[in-house]
Design a protein around this ligand. Structure first.
Ligand SMILES: *Cc1c(COP(=O)(O)O)cnc(C)c1O
Length: 346
């Protein structure tokens, strides 16, 4: 058993000591009144600064996700949350973060931008974590963050739950589980375990299952100490009022996103089966997400031939040998893809 974990101990000294910007809305937050405190223009409809803590939206997300408001942080996309995590916990030039390759590219980009070294541990041939490979790293105190993407991008599969739990238990730093694709999976989210694991941050997003990639709203669920540091460091008005309202309205639509998710999942099954009939396709990897990783003959040529037919998939050959990543589109789009593939001889 671990002693009581204090995430504050992992926070960079300068972040701990810094005085956050105090916005006009931090100093006074009531709704009625004459507001002459933020140098806003009194005219127009979008003239006021947005709620810096997005309370209304967080209340809705709290109900939707079953997580208390004080354990929720919203970022300008998950990408902002990834970047803030590096800035809160990792000292540039000294600290490290650990990822499992192949995975989402933003962890490394954000690490490099913050001058943090990335340790990449390869997943096994079933794209799972071998616990023994990472065991020696769990006691390395220069490693501050471990990113686990589950379902993983670009491989599509979930990482086994017991391995994730062992990592969270045995690691003295912060574990970030990126669940961007969780709604497409039958595997339950880790977000309800944040009270059990004080060193756990669970990220989700409105960009995928909710169909709101253009509004840039990502969620982090974590203990309130960590949420406090995110709030301390973020730009004061990081989510525009237009974007808060758009997500809010989407949540009010209730189960509509679930219908879309079901449609995408049934298309995923259909495309999977149809792809296996195509001679150039060697393997379709099992997917818990809204895309399929597909191993094909001559991926670079196939990719280019699809582009010539105005069908754009993601060529992942450079990171997963022989593979293309195909997003599940609408039924019409998917059928176009299949028809094109049937005509290509490779
Ligand atoms: C798409 C995706 C996201 C979403 O990022 P946003 O900035 O919220 O749009 C996060 N993580 C992974 C692994 C993704 O593939």
């Amino acid at each position: 058993m671990k002693e009581i974990f204090d995430p504050g101990k992992l926070v960079r000294a300068n972040i701990k000591a810094m005085k956050p910007y105090s916005s006009a809305r931090d100093e006074f937050h009531g709704s009625a009144g004459v507001f002459l405190d933020a140098n806003e223009n009194p005219y127009g409809r979008l003239n006021r600064y947005p709620d810096p803590y997005q309370w209304k939206l967080k209340e809705q997300i709290s109900k939707l996700k079953g997580v208390p408001v004080e354990n929720i942080f919203l970022g300008n996309g998950s990408d902002e949350i990834i970047d803030l995590s590096f800035r809160i916990f990792c000292n540039p030039g000294n600290d490290k973060a650990l990822t499992f390759s192949p995975t989402y590219g933003m962890y490394e980009v954000s690490a490099e931008a913050n001058d943090i070294k990335i340790i990449k541990i390869p997943l096994n041939d079933q794209f799972q974590i071998r616990f023994n490979d990472i065991k020696p790293y769990l006691s390395d105190t220069s490693i501050k963050l471990i990113f686990i993407c589950s379902p993983n991008n670009p491989t599509g599969n979930c990482i086994k739950r017991d391995v994730i739990e062992r990592i969270i238990n045995d690691f003295a730093g912060i574990v970030v589980i990126d669940e961007a694709y969780n709604d497409f999976s039958d595997e339950p989210s880790f977000r309800n375990q944040i009270s059990e694991f004080p060193n756990l941050i669970v990220m989700q997003t409105f960009s995928k299952a909710f169909g709101m990639a253009s509004v840039r709203v990502g969620m982090a669920f974590a203990n309130k100490e960590i949420v406090r540091y995110y709030n301390k460091l973020k730009p004061p008005y990081n989510i525009s009022s237009i974007n808060q309202a758009a997500v809010s309205k989407n949540i009010e639509n209730g189960d509509r996103y679930k219908t879309q998710v079901e449609r995408i999942k049934s298309e995923r099954k259909r495309i999977n089966e149809e792809l296996l009939k195509i001679p150039a396709v060697l393997k379709v990897f099992p997917s818990d997400s809204n895309f399929l990783l597909v191993r094909v003959n001559d991926p670079d040529t196939l990719y280019n031939m699809l582009v010539e037919r105005s069908i754009i998939v993601r060529n992942r050959n450079s990171i997963v040998n022989g593979c293309l990543r195909i997003t599940i589109g609408s039924k019409r789009e998917n059928t176009k893809l299949l028809n094109a593939l049937k005509k290509i001889n490779l």
